[in-house]
Design a protein around this ligand. Sequence first.
Ligand SMILES: NC(=O)c1ccc[n+]([C@@H]2O[C@H](COP(=O)([O-])OP(=O)(O)OC[C@H]3O[C@@H](n4cnc5c(N)ncnc54)[C@H](OP(=O)(O)O)[C@@H]3O)[C@@H](O)[C@H]2O)c1
Length: 231
Amino acid sequence: MQDKVVIVTGAFGALGRVVATSLARRGARLALVDASGTVPDALASEFVAHLLLPGIDLANHEATQAMVAQVVARYGALDAVVNIAGGFRWETVADGDPATWDTLFTMNLKTALHVCKASLPHLLDREGARIVNIGAGAAAKAAAGMGAYAASKAGVLRLTEALAEETKDRGLTVNAVLPGIIDTPANRRDMPQADFSRWVAPEALADVVAFLLSDAARAITGAGIPVMGRI
Ligand SMILES: NC(=O)c1ccc[n+]([C@@H]2O[C@H](COP(=O)([O-])OP(=O)(O)OC[C@H]3O[C@@H](n4cnc5c(N)ncnc54)[C@H](OP(=O)(O)O)[C@@H]3O)[C@@H](O)[C@H]2O)c1
């Protein structure tokens, strides 16, 4: 990863921060992008040598294009994108609001689509270029209350497959990582009785992301890789 320029979206969130730390340790030059308008102090000091881009709404295509242009202006190139920005809602079909489906499609799928589309002109025909999208295990099968979320993450996987097919002769690989429940502070708060040791550690996911970004993964494109821990 030495000196590779990598955009990480959702970088101020639980998984994003761990992925950012992991990639920085491997020598990448990072652009850390998030909707949150303030950079947490710990993040500002850890990533002082990198580009921090708070307050970027990736649901907005023009704002996303401007963000990518800013990254390329700062670093002179772009090698990879890791789309982590997203979110979750639990509600059943019977009791839920149909608008939640729009919300989650925007939050999980449109954000990834916009970043992929804005980044493509810089990634095509660039040796070793990579896109890694974060889907979810629920992309394969929804559980109760997970319809909107699972559909949006299935969309992320379909986006990944389509883009991989469209770019496989252009030196770019496009893959998705499909996590199970991640061991985050929010999940521990929401599910205090669970056995956290069965969940997937963000550091383990970061290792999978780093692998997909590496030369070792050059023959993999269009894959959706389940990373479920022991669930
Ligand atoms: N946590 C899990 O168990 C789990 C399991 C499977 C998959 N995933 C997926 O893994 C990813 C990271 O999860 P996480 O637990 O780290 O979530 P998180 O802590 O909530 O982090 C997600 C980050 O994405 C940002 N974001 C949301 N919408 C955005 C937008 N329109 N533009 C820019 N940034 C936006 C959020 O900013 P704001 O907070 O300011 O909105 C937040 O900082 C998500 O895609 C999630 O769906 C998570």
